[in-house]
Design a binder for this molecule. Structure first.
Ligand SMILES: CC(C)(COP(=O)(O)OP(=O)(O)OC[C@H]1O[C@@H](n2cnc3c(N)ncnc32)[C@H](O)[C@@H]1OP(=O)(O)O)[C@@H](O)C(=O)NCCC(=O)NCCS
Length: 339
């Protein structure tokens, strides 16, 4: 193996040169796996990278350097609540520096930190399926636990008529940003548990067990990350139940793109076109209020045919298949020892 130096990477105190090099690694890997998608600018990337936590929890980062220059990056995210058993792990090597053992060396250095606090499962999240990342992980013993369609909506390419999907009779739409109105809190928490019906494959990552307190705690976390969550909910007029909802994340650091979070329709209200209605309403609002946003990113389990069909009807295009992989940390020790 080529001579590489691996160290922890504190993005909060990193120099501009180091941040620019880690940006180049991240973007070259993204362009290799998912070509043709819009990317954050260096400035936007730096804002996101400097945060101590991502969507799942606190993050620790590493870099591998050759001749002093960053050629690979690694990260460990420590999910909280019901997912404390696992560490979400990411290793990325610049495409022109691959197959020289750098990715494996980086993971070997990271391994002790993947097992802290009694965490026993190492999780690779959102890898491009049937590509270098998954092949490498499989070589180490990881197995695929779920597959996802990566869906992208390029707003300029889509006829807005596709989003004119009225809500069924007997329902009304409600919209809020960041914080659900108190009157809808309990119902919204209940409706959110409908996401538990989304296909999970063999993933050990559990969906949150939503309660009103949990909803409020998550809202506070998102605000602390400067993530603005827009929600549209369909409310059943007769009983005041939240029948379905969709959530979209906008970030202060990423002004050109929005990221789809959960969409779910409560089982007894399915079959009324509510999924299409809430998502169509969201896109109408987004394009009217945030014209700078040109792209919406979404990913859905490959066997979630209903959600994928709804997204296609709204103009999303499936661009790639992604995979999650997992391996017991004790097995990873053996896989790394064999390399
Ligand atoms: C996955 C990745 C980190 C591997 O980095 P790397 O430095 O090239 O990996 P290594 O050189 O340590 O590979 C070790 C072994 O894994 C296997 N492997 C790695 N890449 C492979 C590929 N493209 N196809 C088949 N096997 C591969 C091989 O057995 C390799 O040993 P060999 O080169 O002696 O045959 C890199 O391809 C990458 O950045 N991919 C995109 C990001 C990603 O998906 N990361 C996945 C983990 S979250």
């Amino acid at each position: 193996m080529t001579s590489v130096e691996i160290s922890l990477f504190d993005t909060a105190s990193a120099t501009d040169v180091d941040l620019a090099e880690s940006y180049d690694v991240t973007m070259s890997v993204a362009d290799d796996d998912f070509p043709g998608e819009p990317r954050p600018t260096l400035d936007q990337y730096a804002q996101m990278a400097r945060r101590p936590a991502d969507f799942f929890g606190p993050v620790r980062r590493w870099v591998a350097r050759e001749d002093g220059h960053i050629v690979a990056t690694g990260s460990a995210t420590y999910p909280e609540h019901e997912n404390r058993h696992g560490t979400i792990t990411r290793v990325a090597v610049r495409p022109d520096r691959r197959r020289q053992g750098i990715g494996t060396a980086l993971l070997r250095v990271m391994l002790p930190d993947l097992r802290i606090d009694g965490r026993t499962v190492v999780i690779g999240y959102g890898l491009k399926a049937d590509a270098a990342g998954e092949w490498w992980a499989r070589e180490l013993g990881f197995v695929r636990t779920n597959a996802f369609a990566r869906q992208v909506l390029t707003i300029a390419d889509v006829d807005p008529a596709l989003w004119q999907c009225p809500v069924a009779d007997g329902f009304r739409l409600e919209h809020w940003i960041g914080s659900v109105p108190e009157a809808l809190l309990a119902e919204y928490a209940r409706a959110r548990t409908a996401i538990h019906d989304a296909p999970q494959g063999d993933s050990t990552l559990a969906f949150p067990d939503w309660t009103p307190e949990r909803v409020r705690a998550e809202e506070a976390e998102m605000q602390a990350r400067r993530a603005e969550v827009h929600v549209i909910a369909a409310v059943h007029e007769a009983g005041g139940r939240v029948a379905g909802f969709t959530e979209l994340e906008l970030s202060a650091a990423r002004t050109d793109a929005a990221f789809q979070l959960d969409t779910a329709v409560v089982a007894e209200f399915r079959g009324h076109g509510l999924g299409l209605a809430v998502k169509g309403a969201m896109l109408r609002r987004l394009t009217a209020e945030r014209p700078a946003i040109g792209t919406v990113f979404s990913s859905n389990a490959s066997d979630n045919t209903h959600m994928i069909r709804v997204n296609h009807a709204l103009g999303f295009v499936t661009r790639a298949v992604m995979a999650d992989v997992e391996l017991d940390a004790a097995e990873l020790v053996k896989g790394l020892a064999a390399h």
